[in-house]
Design a protein around this ligand. Structure first.
Ligand code: 5AD
Ligand code: FES
Length: 356
């Protein structure tokens, strides 16, 4: 093994952090042994903190309508081929009911930035979900909103919020988004969410156009400073009807390596093996867990909308019943010596600090 790679990994293990230049070097000069050594260190940490538990979150995709035009995303406003839908409150509640029966205790409401979901509409849904199931956690993933909105939703009972930062490099951010969207606003939203009291998730795609070891090193340094409670990372997968339709897909190998680095850096972070990872390889999610991930987010959306929430091509599990996905994941996790866990799975950091 390269001496310098071993040195960097040992340093990361000992200090839980590297400098930006060191992250860049670790990524630029990685090889199979680097990945192996990092995965081993990541697994030791995952097991020490979470044992054999893998948490599951039920994902409900509540709207495919979006006012934004991110160049990578299949539900961007200008994709006129995208099929648009919006779930009613009754549909959302009934998805959650079905999930509850299957053992889910966290529901993630995700959607495009759809103006229909005003604070009043969304707060009403969140409080009804919480009233019906006080033992469940509600996570929102509804994009950029105002500080007042984040506050109102928190007061209505939402405890967690996922908002990927997408890239921590302002110039790279501008390559992925049109001029109306700003890196600064994205970062401010994350800060607001944190200050409001949410368990916060950020994250990024691996292999997005324009990404380099240098931009990834910025992502890792950002994570190291921000210390999110959750971190969603998955490969970029091109969608045919977007400006990035002909770009290259992100790599499995690099995604797994980054999952390992993040687990070593933030041992207590909740780290999903994403659906995008399961899409680029049949055992992608199992490999993700073995690299350090500890969360799965199967789809609970009604079957008739699943194909319509198409962020990227060939997304998996768009035709399966929720119960089938649950059973499938259980078998997949057992095959790698893990156990699907039904409790809320709050951030260990929040639990320790008495914030819950
Ligand atoms: N490939 C992979 N992930 C994507 N996302 C959006 N489009 C794609 C794509 N083409 C991710 C973004 C967003 C999250 C909801 O899905 O990172 O934040
Ligand atoms: Fe959906 Fe396997 S997780 S069928």
């Amino acid at each position: 093994m390269q001496k310098q790679q071993r040195y960097l990994i040992e340093k990361l293990k000992k200090e839980n952090r590297l400098s930006e230049a060191e992250y860049e070097e670790l990524i630029a000069h990685r090889d199979d042994e680097t990945a192996e050594m990092l995965a081993e260190a990541a697994t030791v940490r995952r097991k020490k903190i979470f044992g054999d538990a893998v948490y599951m979150r039920g994902l409900i995709e509540i709207s495919s309508i979006c006012k934004n035009n991110c160049y990578y995303c299949g539900i961007r406003k200008d994709n006129r081929f995208a099929e648009r839908y919006r779930l009613t409150k009754e549909e959302i509640i009934s998805c959650a009911e079905e999930g509850y029966e299957l053992g889910f205790r966290t529901f993630v409401l995700q959607g495009g930035e759809d103006p229909y979901f005003s604070d009043d509409v969304l707060c009403d849904i969140v409080s009804e979900l919480k009233n019906g199931h006080p033992d469940c956690a509600v996570t929102l993933s509804m994009g950029e909103r105002t500080p007042e909105s984040y506050r109102a939703l928190f007061d209505a009972g939402a405890e967690r919020y996922l908002l990927r930062h997408e890239t921590a490099d302002a110039r790279h951010y501008a390559m992925l988004h049109p001029a109306e969207m700003s890196f600064e606003n994205r970062m401010n939203c994350l800060k607001e969410l944190r200050e409001t009291g949410y368990q916060v998730g950020c994250g990024f795609m691996v292999g997005s156009p324009g990404q380099t070891p240098a931009t990834l090193a910025k992502d890792l340094t950002f994570l190291q400073e921000f210390k999110p409670e959750m971190c969603g990372i998955g490969p970029f997968v091109p969608h045919r009807n977007t400006p990035f339709g002909n770009e290259k897909q992100g790599s499995l190998e690099l995604t797994l390596l980054l999952l390992s680095v993040i687990r070593v850096m933030l041992p207590e972070v909740l780290l999903p093996a994403t659906t995008a990872l399961g899409t680029i390889h049949p055992q992608g999610r199992e490999k993700g867990i073995m690299a350090g991930a500890n969360v799965l987010m199967p789809n609970l959306s009604p079957l008739y909308v699943r194909k319509k929430y198409e962020l990227y091509d060939n997304k998996i599990c768009t035709g399966e019943e929720s119960a089938q996905c649950r059973g499938c994941l259980e078998a997949r996790m057992n095959s790698i010596g893990c156990r699907l866990t039904v409790d809320r799975g709050d951030s260990p950091v929040f639990l320790k600090n008495g914030k819950l």
